[in-house]
Design a protein around this ligand. Structure first.
Ligand SMILES: C[S@@+](CC[C@H](N)C(=O)[O-])C[C@H]1O[C@@H](n2cnc3c(N)ncnc32)[C@H](O)[C@@H]1O
Length: 910
């Protein structure tokens, strides 16, 4: 083990250790005070679901009671499996026994419990009340553990039911995956972990094959080799074991796309691209073609976790009780269908789309599935997969076979036929607005196969003490040509006769209501724009046909039209190509609503002299590819940072540049320029997030090995311990090595052993050898989290660069005062802070917007989320992350460069 790109930043990788994008520490014992005062009744809500009988009579009471109770806290251990298990082990061995013995008011307090059906029991839930957590010391240390591991990205707070869809995607290494509605990104995080599954073991295997291993056999048994068997059996060996898969995580909302970036960036995956598009018309992505015809990316797996009314989330969002109206679900149906149809279009034959909502409403669930299958050509083309054997232990209900629809006035309709009859007789169309034929169970023609709704999955709150959720897994059986919305399915004869009678009746509605009625709800999130549906389909279909037939593809001229403040490409009825050129190629471009476009992604020549210097200094194996390093500035020169991406990500960035694709983020920062003195020192240090990727390929000349617990503890607790004079002798087992190693960045490999003072897991950390001191290049939060997890030690850090004070900001040394980093008014940071305030207000129900209320729940005011769009901002954000010490050092450097500690000079980022 040693790779930590997937959230294992406790092992040294990982920026964002400051908990950016992670829940704020105090959310771990939040109780929702608003929950107590909200009246948890809503007549229409209760009437509708009672009449639908979504649960049997004898469960109704339990069902409604569960919906009214508060939701237990739940979380998931994340990162690579081995690492996640190591962190989990700490909970099992240390905290659970402590907590289990606690009694409150004579009752034993329920400890956190693992979710039985979740693989490896990596998901946990707890109902412990806040006052108990506050009152008892065992809980406070447990809470500290949760807070610190969450802040460094080893634990992700996530609703239990929200963890289900990725688990049903059956993602295999090497697959291309698209998450169409991804923000704030909890499922994307799961998906990227899956894309990388087994990678560590595969790479270790390859290294051993080529004689570059670290001497340890990859044998089953140790935590770090758990993935081995699976890894060796699964494919994806074409890139020396590195994952060749891809996740594109997309969201239409730019603000939310930024939340998404912060959630997934800490996973340090080079196989991830974040985009900002309307999923109903997600552009086709060009990829290299070996033949004369253009080629477009198709996905093995797509997650359509669509925006929904969210009425399964009352436990988390009690405002739903007062806000629930039938129009919420009705207004979303069209968009949900469009997203699902687009997903099916972009899917490979044999691939899977997982459709999910946190709504109980069949209009947003079974009806969407039925309509999308119908529009794509029926069950011959797209089928529902039976997942009843998956996730054993998860209690679930089958999808509804029959359902009714509640209109905006609260009337409940059993069939579209009834609606049509009533519409024909009605004085006005008022009251029928938004009703659609497709919202009702389809009436099948003779001999037509019925949709196997029983394969849809409904999870109700009282089953496992969770929120409510709907999931359906669809498989594409053959190429499709989706029927446009405006071309309804041919009707059985009786229906045609009835329709013509109805439409000729005096006062009959001229148009079906939805044609002119766009949900105000949808408008709020700017997602239900009038999509030029037919055109989109035409183009997508053309592309698919071209791919299928190998026919020619014509590059379409392109245009972009702003709609309601959102730059949405309007697709004209041209023969091909959804990607539309909407940007000139100069960057960055400031857009309306403060949307920014990223700086360009420019790949470096593999023979670039700077790359050659880096390879030489770190003795990087020639097998490690050189053609995937890029910079993010218009000159294309490595000035400040060098990023690394997978091959497929590179091809996509290169081939689609300037073609209207809105890339928000891609690439792992691998090398950062260091302002350092000395001729033979490499001015590029390995950035902690890139460390897990490059570290196995770094030569012995830049590696320091460590096996004893006390040595690592010293490095974690002491910042800048002295090497000068006799100082180096205090470094224990690594003393001579660090005395002799030349200045610059190196790799600290913490190796597991069976010794009493040895480690169970492999850890890799970046280390800086300065002229007269040594320093782990880790943010303070990360140091503290590791100290707590590995040593159960929460003592303050000691900073030798400020005279050895204990870093409590009381500035006892002779150093300059610590400047406080305050973002300038109007800066990106403050703007995004404001956005996050808004998101939190949404989560607390301050807005009437019923769409996906769960979205903002994981983001709180004060979370340090910044819209990072340029290289400079990225570096600035990193400096902030590294804490006030960095700022202080920078300040000292500027104030009195000649007299301060040398480390100020040697650790300053240019
Ligand atoms: C239910 S949430 C997704 C939650 C997310 N999958 C997760 O697990 O964190 C729905 C998301 O869809 C986005 N959205 C709404 N309409 C969209 C559209 N037309 N295209 C893409 N994304 C859309 C919203 O901004 C929202 O972030």
């Amino acid at each position: 083990m040693g790779k930590n790109f997937r959230g294992g930043r406790g092992r040294g990788g990982g920026r964002g250790g400051g908990g950016r994008g992670a829940p704020r520490s105090d959310t771990w014992n939040n109780t929702r005070t608003d929950a107590a005062v909200i009246d948890k009744h809503n007549d229409s809500f209760e009437k509708y679901y009672n009449e639908l009988a979504i649960v049997p009579d004898n469960e109704k009471e339990e069902f409604w009671a569960a919906l009214r109770r508060e939701l237990p806290n739940s979380f998931r251990f994340c990162g690579s499996k081995g690492h996640a298990l190591a962190v989990q082990q700490r909970l099992v061995d240390h905290y659970v026994p402590e907590i289990t013995s606690v009694k409150y008011n004579g009752e034993t307090v329920e400890p956190p419990r693992p979710v039985e059906w979740f693989p490896e029991k990596l998901a946990w839930a707890m109902t412990t009340p806040k006052n108990v957590i506050r009152k008892f010391p065992p809980f406070s240390s447990f809470q500290k553990f949760l807070v610190s591991e969450t802040s460094v990205g080893n634990i992700s707070r996530q609703e239990i039911v929200s963890m289900i869809p990725p688990l049903l995607m059956d993602i295999k290494p090497g697959m291309t995956v698209l998450d169409l509605c991804a923000a704030p990104g909890s499922k994307s995080a799961q998906l990227i972990e899956m894309v990388h599954r087994g990678e560590e073991a595969r790479i270790r295997h390859v290294l051993q094959q080529i004689g570059r291993g670290d001497g340890r056999e990859v044998t089953p048994g140790g935590i770090e080799t758990l993935d081995k068997e699976q890894a060796l059996n699964e494919g994806d060996w074409s890139d020396d074991g590195r994952s060749t898969g891809l996740l594109i995580a997309n969201d239409v909302d730019y603000r939310r796309a930024q939340m998404l970036v912060h959630q997934v960036k800490r996973l340090n995956s080079p196989n991830l691209i974040v985009t900002n598009h309307d999923a109903t018309q997600f552009p086709s992505i060009r990829i290299p073609s070996t033949g004369p015809t253009a080629k477009y990316l198709k996905f093995d797996r797509i997650l359509a976790d669509v925006p929904c009314s969210g009425d399964g989330t009352t436990r988390k969002n009690p405002n739903i009780w007062k806000d629930w109206i039938p129009g919420n679900g009705l207004g979303l149906y069209i968009m949900q269908v469009r997203i699902l149809v687009r997903a099916l279009q972009m899917l490979k034959v044999g691939g899977r789309v997982v459709y999910s909502t946190c709504s109980l409403n069949p209009v947003e669930n079974e009806a969407v599935i039925a309509t999308a299958i119908d529009r794509c050509g029926g069950l011959e083309k797209v089928n529902v997969i039976d997942c009843s054997k998956e996730l054993p232990g998860l209690r679930r209900a089958p999808g509804l076979k029959q359902w009714k629809v509640m209109d905006k006035q609260g009337r409940i309709w059993s069939s579209w036929k009834d609606v049509e009859t009533a519409m024909a007789e009605a004085e006005s169309e008022e009251g029928f607005a938004r009703l659609q034929e497709g919202m009702f169970p389809p009436e099948m023609a003779d001999g037509e196969e019925t949709i196997p709704y029983e394969r849809c999955i409904r999870v109700y709150p009282h089953y496992q003490d969770t929120g409510g959720f709907f999931i359906t897994v669809l498989e594409k059986r053959s190429e499709i040509k989706a029927r446009p919305e405006s071309a309804p399915k041919p009707k059985p004869e009786w229906k045609s006769a009835q329709r013509s009678a109805a439409s000729s009746a005096p006062g009959s509605p001229k148009k079906r209501a939805f044609d002119e009625d766009i949900s105000p709800t949808a408008k709020k999130v700017k997602v239900d724009e009038p999509v030029k549906e037919e055109a989109v389909e035409t183009q997508a279909d053309v592309k698919m046909e071209e791919e299928a037939t190998g026919g020619p593809v014509q590059e379409a001229p392109s245009a972009a039209t702003p709609m309601d403040g959102v730059e949405t490409p309007v697709v004209k009825n041209e023969p091909a190509d959804i990607p539309i050129k909407s940007e000139p190629a100069d960057f960055p471009v400031k857009k309306k609503n403060n949307q920014m476009h990223e700086e360009p992604y420019k790949y470096l020549d593999p023979e670039h002299p700077e790359l050659q210097r880096i390879y030489a200094f770190y003795e990087i194996s020639p097998r490690f590819p050189r053609d995937r390093f890029m910079v993010r500035n218009a000159t294309g020169e490595p000035v400040k940072a060098v990023y690394y991406t997978s091959t497929l990500a590179r091809d996509i960035l290169v081939m689609n540049e300037g073609k209207g694709m809105k890339f928000v983020q891609c690439g792992v920062k691998m090398f950062m320029k260091q302002d350092s003195q000395g001729h033979d020192i490499c001015r590029w240090r390995i950035q902690s997030e890139g460390m897990p990727i490059i570290e196995p390929w770094v030569g012995e000349g830049r590696v320091v090995r460590l096996t004893k617990r006390p040595t690592l503890r010293k490095l974690l607790i002491e910042m800048f311990p002295k090497m000068s004079g006799e100082g180096w002798k205090k470094m224990g087992e690594i003393a001579e090595r660090v005395r002799d190693i030349s200045m610059g960045c190196c790799v600290l490999r913490v190796e597991p052993s069976d010794d009493e003072d040895g480690f169970q897991e492999r850890i890799v950390l970046p280390l800086w050898r300065g002229i007269s001191s040594l320093n782990l290049m880790l943010p303070k939060e990360e140091r503290k989290a590791m100290l707590l997890r590995l040593y159960n030690d929460d003592s303050p850090l000691i900073d030798h660069s400020r005279g050895g004070d204990n870093n409590n900001n009381n500035n006892q040394g002779n150093a300059a005062p610590t400047p406080v980093l305050t973002p300038a008014p109007g800066s990106l940071t403050t703007q995004v802070d404001a956005l996050i305030e808004t998101a939190a207000a949404e989560a607390a129900g301050d807005q009437a917007e019923p769409i996906a209320p769960s979205l903002a729940a994981d983001i709180r005011p004060g979370d340090n989320i910044t819209a990072i769009v340029t290289e400079d901002q990225d570096i600035e954000a990193e400096s902030r992350l590294r804490g006030e010490d960095q700022a202080r050092r920078d300040a000292i450097h500027e104030m009195a460069p000649g007299v301060t500690d040398e480390e100020d000079v040697f650790n300053k980022t240019v």
